[in-house]
Every structure is written in C-alpha cells, then in structure tokens.
Ligand binder design. Structure first.
Ligand SMILES: Nc1ncnc2c1ncn2[C@@H]1O[C@H](COP(=O)(O)OP(=O)(O)OP(=O)(O)O)[C@@H](O)[C@H]1O
Ligand SMILES: [Mg+2]
Length: 443
C-alpha cells in the first residue's frame, strides 16, 4: 500500500519539498518533486502517480488549479492538500473538488503519514462496475458508493423532465439534491421554488399553490399568483409531499396530467411549464398502500425515485463532511482537529439527524475546542458512548431504541426544552414530537 505508492510532491518551497519527500521515502514510497503547477502536470504526463501531495499557495497557478487538473485528467490519483491555517477556507473548497485529505501546517511526521495513508485508502478504486474515480458531485460532499449512485441519478434526472421523488431520512440532503437537479438541467435559468407542504394550513393550500383572484374568499384583498405561477419555466419543489391533504393531492394530480392550473375564484385555466420535484422523509409507498396517500399520485411522482442513504451508511463520508463543516464554521480562524479517539466515536455513532446533525455539531465543536483539538470529552455523551456498530455483539438493539435513547439524552441535556433538543438533533420539532409519541405508543 503506502510502501509501494508513487508520490509526486508539489511545493514552491524547497525546504518543504525536502521534508515531505524524505518522510515519504522512509515509508518506502517512490517520490518525485515539482516546484510549481506546470512542472507537476509535466511530471504526471511523463508518468502518472498514485498520490499527489500539493501545497495550496504557490505563485502562478495554485494548489486548487492543480487539484482540478488532476481530477479531470488523472481521476485515479489521490490528492493531499498541504495548507497553512490562513488558507484553510481554500482547503474546504478543495475537499469539494475531490481532495482526499488535507494537512495543516505545521504538521508532525505522524500526521503526514496518517494523511497519506488515509488518502491512499480512501481513493482505492472500487472493486468493479462502480468506477473508482470521484463522480461529479454537484457541490455535495462525499464519494461513498451510495452517494455516487445518487450523483448518477441527479445527472439522469437533470436531463429528463419527468417528476422526481426524493426520499430519505431527515437531514440527508433532499433539498440540496432538488437544487442540484434544477441547477444541472436546462431549467437552471428559471426559478427554483420550494414549497413546504407541512407548513401550509389546509384551507390555504389551493391558493398557495395555484393562486387566487382578488376577492376570491374572505381576506383575499388582492390577487395572488401562487407557487406554480412563480415557478413557471423552472422547478417546483414540493417538500414534505406526504403531508398534502387529500383535496390538494387530487388537484396536484390534475396539474401533473395536463400542466394547467386554475387560480381560486377564476374561471379560466392557464398553462404552466413547471417541473415537479417532490420530497419526503416518510414512506410514501406504504402510505399509498394504507390509503393515506393517493395511489395514482404516488405512481405519477415515483417515475424517477432518488433515495438518499442515511449518513451512517456512507462510510468515510463522515470524515470528509466533518472536515468541511469544521472549516466552514471556523471561517478565517484555526480549524480544530479531532483526536483519534474522538474521530473513532464520531464514526461509530448512528447520526439520527444525519448530515444536518453533523453540521450543527461541527459548529458547536469549533466554539468549544477554541482552536485546539477536539477530544473525546468534548463530544456529547450519546456520541462518546456510541457502541461499536460493526464489531462485536455488544449492541443488537433495533435502531429505533438507539435513536430513542439518544433523543432522551439530548432532551435531558437541553433541560427538557424540545425546541433546543430538536435543533441539536437536526430535526424539526414536529418530527421530534412524532418520534416521542411513537415511543410512548410502543411502550
Ligand atoms: N452531501 C452533502 N454535502 C454537504 N452538505 C450537505 C450534504 N447533505 C446535506 N448537507 C447539508 O445538510 C443540511 C441538511 O440538508 P437538507 O436541508 O437538504 O436535508 P433534508 O433531507 O431536506 O432534511 P429535512 O428532511 O429535515 O427537510 C443542509 O445544511 C445541507 O446543506
Ligand atoms: Mg428538507
């Protein structure tokens, strides 16, 4: 592995090239060096490398330019970005471009070895059929096989015009995916209008979606255009589509069939050119089977389903997301690094609030760690004590129970404040209430 790796070290400072090369040579790597980006590209053209370790800031083209070039031309090459604290924001941008790891100056020999090792491991080509190279990720972070499948679906969805149904637990990135589909398709110049079905009172559904004429009902002092008209020539995201009341479901079905709407209180219809993306964290198929959601509408929406995996099923994505979120939260300040024990616990934890929970945690950790490192003790108890997930018989409880324990622990720490607890968990108050209610019912 590391002993056989062919590495190219790129840095404009001779001393730095020397330190990095010497360390990697000791580990058994075959090392070449380059002093700037053009020289690095020439070296790769002459012979490819398993890993490029590059400085961020260099005169002329910089590390980020090199990263983009390598990603485009040598997708099988792993990348480690070396950066000073001052340019850590750039490192975060680099993670989005497909850098496997970054190394903050000053670093120890061990940190260098660790970064190189993880970069090589993480970048190992996937077995077969799945294409080892990082897929274009539409600005989303993570290259786990499960997310690469999602990116391929986004690409396909962007080029089609049929409805898309995005499902996944709370905080998995459903809205982000919807925006990506819109942004990568021919409608990108048009509006993207998100509508949250759970937030609209039942009586106002029609007018919110289809608009109303002046004086259409008491309180309708002036005309209102509605979400469909606002989204004309663009994309309408119907979020929490599982919460649509029956009447609204029927009307939506009609719009999907003939792309025409009729505002409340008007007798003429008008044509709209709107692409529908629906999203939900509920099991719409089960709801349709149970008669809680229209079967016909379900099938209309289910033409192109995209299922977002929960964070706990995304393997190494947790590390990459954590680094990116810590960098985002730190802004221009120093980015705290998790200790090996802390990282271990974070990887074992089940993340019921998914990516949002991780982002919220990263924001709190930046404040807590105050530029130092993140120790096991800095983590919330539920994460600290997360039982090993993959090994040992220690914990065979159903996910529901683990989740409930976590919710109760957070609630307790929040002094029983549900709004605060929901915020920490990265779910909305309503989901929190539902989960607690379901637990009561189950006894
Ligand atoms: N792969 C990702 N890379 C970077 N950020 C992400 C990723 N996935 C989610 N996020 C971030 O996590 C947060 C939650 O994402 P989003 O709002 O899209 O989730 P959701 O599935 O719509 O959640 P909910 O069901 O609660 O509405 C957002 O801040 C989003 O930017
Ligand atoms: Mg959402």
């Amino acid at each position: 592995m590391i002993g056989e790796a062919r590495v190219l070290v790129v840095d404009d400072a001779a001393a730095m090239r020397e330190i990095i090369s010497r360390n990697l040579a000791v580990l058994g790597c075959t090392v070449r060096v380059a002093a700037d980006v053009p020289e690095a590209v020439a070296a790769l053209e002459a012979e490819s490398a398993d890993l490029v370790v590059t400085d961020m800031r260099m005169p002329g083209a910089d590390g980020l330019d090199l990263v983009r070039t390598v990603r485009g031309r040598w997708p099988h090459t792993a990348l480690v970005m070396v950066t000073g604290f001052a340019t850590v924001g750039g490192a975060v941008a680099a993670m989005r471009e497909g850098v496997s790891d970054y190394l903050a100056k000053p670093f120890s020999d061990e940190e260098l070895e660790h970064a190189v090792r993880t970069a090589l491991e993480r970048h190992r080509p996937a077995p077969t059929g799945d294409g080892g190279e990082p897929a274009p990720s539409f600005g989303m972070i993570g290259q786990s096989p499960a997310m690469r499948r999602v990116y391929r679906l986004i690409e396909r969805a962007a080029g089609a015009r049929v409805p898309v149904l995005i499902t996944g637990e709370s905080g998995t990135g459903k809205e982000l995916v919807a925006r990506a589909i819109h942004g990568a398709g021919p409608r990108r110049g048009g509006p993207f209008v998100p509508v949250n079905a759970a937030a609209i009172p039942e009586a106002l559904f029609e007018s919110e979606l289809f608009g109303h004429a002046k004086g259409a009902f008491t309180g309708a002092g002036s005309a209102r255009q509605g979400a469909f008209v606002a989204a004309d020539s663009g994309t309408l995201l119907l979020d929490e589509v599982g919460e649509l009341p029956a009447l609204a479901q029927a009307k939506l079905l009609r719009v999907l069939q003939d792309q025409r709407i009729r505002p409340v209180g008007e007798d003429r219809e008008r044509a709209v050119d709107v692409r529908i993306i629906a999203a939900t964290n509920r099991d719409l198929e089960a709801m349709a089977r149970a008669g809680e959601f229209r079967q016909d509408l379900f099938f209309r929406l289910h033409v192109l389903p995209i299922e977002l995996p929960p964070l706990r099923e995304r393997g190494g994505d947790i590390d990459v997301l954590l680094i990116a979120f810590l960098g985002d939260a730190a802004g221009d300040g120093p980015v705290p690094r998790p200790s090996p024990a802390a990282l271990d616990a974070l990887r074992r934890y089940t993340w019921p609030g998914n990516v949002r929970e991780l982002r919220n945690l990263a924001e709190r950790l930046v404040v807590l760690a105050d530029g130092g490192s993140i120790e096991l003790d800095d983590l919330p108890e539920a994460i600290r004590i997360a039982p090993a997930r993959t090994t040992g018989p220690a914990d065979n409880r159903p996910l529901r129970d683990v989740e409930l324990d976590h919710i109760r622990a957070v609630l307790e720490r929040a002094g029983g404040n549900k709004t605060r607890a929901a915020e920490i968990l990265g779910i909305d108050r309503k989901s929190l209430r539902e989960k607690l209610k379901a637990a009561e019912r189950a006894g």
